[in-house]
Design a protein around this ligand. Sequence first.
Ligand code: ATP
Length: 445
Amino acid sequence: MKLVLIGSESQNRRLVSLGLHRRGDETCQLTRRAELARLPALREWQVVLLDWDLRTDGAAELLRELHERDPELPVVAIVTNPSAAAQARTAGATETVFKPINIDEGRALLQRVARAAKPAASAAEPAGDTRFITQSAAMEQVLAMAWRVAPTSASVLLLGENGTGKSMLARAVHEHSTRANGPFINVNCPCLQPQLLESELFGHVRGAFTGAVSDAVGKVAAAEGGTLFLDEVGELPPEIQAKLLRLLQERCYERLGEAQTRRADIRVIAATNRDLRQRVAAGAFREDLYYRLNVITIEMPSLRGRPEDIVPLAEHFLETLSQSAGGPRRRLTLAAREALVAHSWPGNLRELRNLVERAAILCDREWLDATDFPELLGRTEPGSPQVGEFVTLEALIEAHIRQVTARAESYEQAARILGIDKSTLYRWRKRFENFDPTNVEAFVG
Ligand SMILES: Nc1ncnc2c1ncn2[C@@H]1O[C@H](COP(=O)(O)OP(=O)(O)OP(=O)(O)O)[C@@H](O)[C@H]1O
């Protein structure tokens, strides 16, 4: 995507720009209205990301000028609270996104906005982060289920450990639904105090509580015609659970401090990494709400539950990075692939993405080796014995074979370096797998 970032907080702007660059986007950064002149061909850009807390000029005036110059250019306003979101919408912003911005979610929103505004231009866009990389039967089943329920308006409950891709799937369900042109609004349930969360969700009127200086629409209203995604729904406080139940049952709600009942046309997708049934049994989560949310349940497999996806995903993350950095294609040596597959990935895809990105940034070589993933080696490699130490010959052979395979690009190359044939190398490696260091005889015998 080609994006214009406008904001006076240089650190935030640079961070967002860096995150977008790393995902393959082209950005141009401006700090004030006068700099718009630097962009004579405004039409070449696909979407503008405008910080609504602009210190240099009024954001609304800047938005007006943008619209005068290109009425079709979509503008996404970055806001800090629901009342700023309402102001931005009134002033003509296409969408609003709340600070702090999650780059992946923000980017998916920007892609959707750009696609809706200029469908022809987006046809050539790669599916990018919304592509589901998988070779696993468990994940195929998850996706088949997701695409089946997507066009319906049924509530969906996504279960799974942190980082398994629940948010990404929620967005994909929205994008495959009949509401795809409507907003996708994300609420991170544990982030706020109960009263603030209630106001964030349902909105408030002026004077509803100390600090409520003006009326504010909430995220339920912002999601009108689209999807409301409740992340970490298991953490919702009891008073909000009751209101959410009413919203789901009757599609009705009231803003804080107001008696008027409002109707909502939204689809709800909720996600949790908690065992909700256990929370119900413990009295921490309402049973009736659980059944309302649980119309369709999709359980995301953990990454260690789909080991066949580890290497394709790592290669996908590498490729995305190389594309954004414009560098050569990066590859994983056999040893690196083995180290990745051997790890248990408690942080799932997020952990994999972070490790791969870090290794690719810190290493200049085309081939990333197991040694470029020190966190993994720390858990998978036994301590290496030294030549001349009082250790068995087999321990030395094992250490040597492990180190050579870690640096070689393939089994063939490793076998050539070691001066043995591939099948001998294979047999040695099988022996290492069964090798229990506390039972040396088993290995020698
Ligand atoms: N199938 C996939 N292909 C490529 N990247 C993915 C895939 N699924 C998830 N990711 C990436 O993995 C990271 C974690 O995904 P996501 O935030 O959706 O997980 P989550 O289950 O919602 O996590 P949490 O429970 O912590 O909110 C993101 O960077 C996302 O882009």
